[in-house]
Design a protein around this ligand. Structure first.
Ligand code: IMP
Length: 425
C-alpha cells in the first residue's frame, strides 16, 4: 500500500491523531488536507501529551515529510505556537511543509465566526469560533488571502484593504459589533508571521505530493473532523465548512483518486459529538456521563464536554459508503470495560418503519429513533492486551458487530491513549 487516507467516521474526535502517529513511522509523507485549528489531534508520547491543531501528526518522525495541504485554512499565530511547543520538547520541525495555496485565517474571520454564532441563538452550530467557516467562505467567494499572497505586498495589501472595508461594514452595521481594523497594523502582524514561517512554505505543494506518489513513496493523508461533520455528507447545517471525507483528500492535497490504495476509517467504540446538532444515539446522563468520565471526553480544542452515546451502525454504514472504507481502526474500546450491557444501534425507526440509510435532512433525522440490539459487556480491563487472541470473548463479539455494520475488516484496535496500547490484526 502506498497511499492511505485516514478518515473519521463519526462526528470527529475518533482518535485519528493516535492512529496517524502510529502509522507515520512507516511513512515517507503525512499530509493534512482540510480543516484548520478547529481540529485537535492528541498524541501521547510517554509522559508528554501533544494536542496538534494544525501540524500533521507525523511530525514526531524527523524522516517523515509533513505537509499542510492546499485545502487547509491556516491561522499563522497558532501554527507558530505549535512549532515552538514542539521545538521546546526537542522536535526540530525541519520536516514541515506548508502549501502556499492554503488560505489564511485573518482577525475578521474570528470576529465573524463569533458574531454569526451569537446571532443564531437557538440554532447555533456551536463552532469552535476559530474563524474556520468565514475563512472558507472567503475562499469560495474568491476574496481569500492565501499564504503565498503574504509574500507579495501589493497583492496582500489590496486584498486586505478590500476585505477590511467589507468586513467592517458587515460586523458593525449588520452584527452590531464595534471593530477597529487597521490595514497597516494587520499587515505588520501578518508580515511578521510570513517571515517566521517562510522556510516551511512551498509554492506548489501538490507537486511535492505528486512527486512522492510517482516515486512510490508511502503517503498518509490525515483527515480532521469526521464524516458526519462533512459540509456535503454530514448533518447539515450542523457541520464544519470543509470535506473531511476520503474524496476531500484528493482535492485538499492535489492528487488523483487513482493513486489511493487504502482508506482507513477511524471508529470510536461508542459515539461522541461536540457542539450542536442531531445525535440519535445520545445518552443524556447515566451511562452518557460515565462514558464522558471514563473516556475523558472533553474537546481537545475548546475543552467543551462532549456529548456521548451508543455506537450507531446507521452512521457507520453511511460513513463506510461515502468513504469507501477498506479497513477500520477501532479506538477507545477499553472505555467500555466496566459496562454490563452495551447497546448498538442497528437501524432507525422512522414513521413506523425501520430504515438503514442515514437521512441527511435534519427534519427527518429528528424523527428517527434508534433501534438497538443489546450485547453483553466483558467487564474486565483490556488496556494491557496487545494480542487479539487475549481479548475477552464478548469484546470480540462486539468488534465483530462493528465490522459487520461497516462491512469492512478491523485492522487496528486501540485500548488506551499511549502508543503501545494497540492491537494489530
Ligand atoms: P467549526 O469547524 O469551528 O466551524 O465548527 C463546526 C462544528 O464542527 C461544530 O459543531 C464543532 O464543534 C465541530 N467541530 C469542528 N472541529 C471539530 C473537531 O476536530 N472535532 C469535533 N468536532 C469538531
Amino acid at each position: 500500500m502506498t497511499v492511505t487516507i485516514i478518515v473519521g467516521t463519526q462526528w470527529g474526535d475518533e482518535g485519528k491523531g493516535k492512529i496517524t502517529d502510529l502509522l507515520s513511522r512507516d511513512m515517507d509523507m503525512v499530509v493534512r488536507y482540510q480543516g484548520g485549528n478547529n481540529a485537535g489531534h492528541t498524541v501521547v508520547i510517554k509522559e508528554d501529551v501533544f494536542k496538534l491543531h494544525l501540524i500533521p501528526s507525523g511530525i514526531f518522525f524527523a524522516n517523515v515529510q509533513c505537509v499542510i495541504g492546499n485545502g487547509v485554512v491556516v491561522d499563522p499565530a497558532v501554527l507558530l505556537g505549535e512549532i515552538e511547543t514542539l521545538q521546546t520538547k526537542g522536535f526540530a520541525v525541519n520536516n514541515l511543509n506548508i502549501s502556499g495555496q492554503a488560505h489564511v485565517i485573518m482577525p475578521y474571520h474570528k470576529d465573524l465566526d463569533k458574531a454569526q454564532e451569537k446571532r443564531k441563538e437557538a440554532g447555533r452550530i456551536g463552532t469552535t469560533c476559530r474563524g474556520i467557516g468565514p475563512c472558507y467562505v472567503d475562499k469560495y467567494s474568491r476574496y481569500g488571502i492565501r499564504i503565498a499572497d503574504l509574500y507579495n505586498q501589493n497583492v496582500f495589501k489590496s486584498a486586505l484593504a478590500w476585505n477590511l472595508e467589507e468586513k467592517t461594514f458587515l460586523l458593525e452595521k449588520f452584527y452590531g459589533m464595534k471593530v477597529d481594523y487597521n490595514v497597516e497594523s494587520i499587515m505588520e502582524e501578518y508580515l511578521g508571521y510570513a517571515h517566521a514561517i517562510k522556510k516551511y512554505v512551498v509554492e506548489e505543494s501538490s507537486s511535492l505530493v505528486n512527486n512522492a506518489i510517482k516515486k512510490g513513496k508511502k503517503l498518509l493523508l490525515e483527515g480532521a473532523q469526521g464524516t458526519m461533520l462533512d459540509v456535503d455528507h454530514g448533518t447539515y447545517p450542523f457541520v464544519t465548512s470543509s470535506n473531511p471525507v476520503s474524496s476531500g483528500a484528493c482535492v485538499g492535497a492535489g492528487f488523483s483518486p487513482k493513486a489511493v490504495n487504502d482508506i482507513l476509517g477511524v471508529v470510536k467504540a461508542y459515539v461522541t459529538r461536540v457542539g450542536g446538532g442531531p445525535f440519535p444515539t445520545e445518552i443524556e446522563g447515566g451511562v452518557g456521563d460515565k462514558l464522558r468520565e471514563w473516556g475523558h471526553e472533553y474537546g481537545a480544542t475548546t475543552g467543551r464536554p462532549r456529548r456521548c452515546g451508543w455506537f450507531d451502525g446507521v452512521v457507520m454504514s453511511h460513513a463506510a459508503k461515502i468513504n469507501g472504507l477498506t479497513s477500520l481502526a477501532v479506538t477507545k474500546l477499553d472505555v467500555l470495560d466496566k459496562l454490563e450491557r452495551i447497546k448498538v444501534c442497528v437501524a432507525y425507526e422512522y414513521q413506523g418503519k425501520e430504515i438503514k440509510d442515514f437521512p441527511t435532512e435534519i427534519y427527518r433525522l429528528e424523527q428517527c429513533k434508534p433501534v438497538y440490539v443489546e450485547m453483553p459487556g466483558w467487564q474486565e480491563s483490556i488496556d494491557k492486551v496487545t494480542d487479539y487472541k487475549y481479548l475477552p470473548a464478548n469484546a470480540k463479539k462486539y468488534l465483530d458487530k462493528l465490522a459487520e455494520l461497516a462491512e469492512a475488516p478491523i485492522s487496528l484496535i486501540s485500548v488506551g491513549a499511549e502508543r503501545g496500547q494497540i492491537i494489530r490484526i
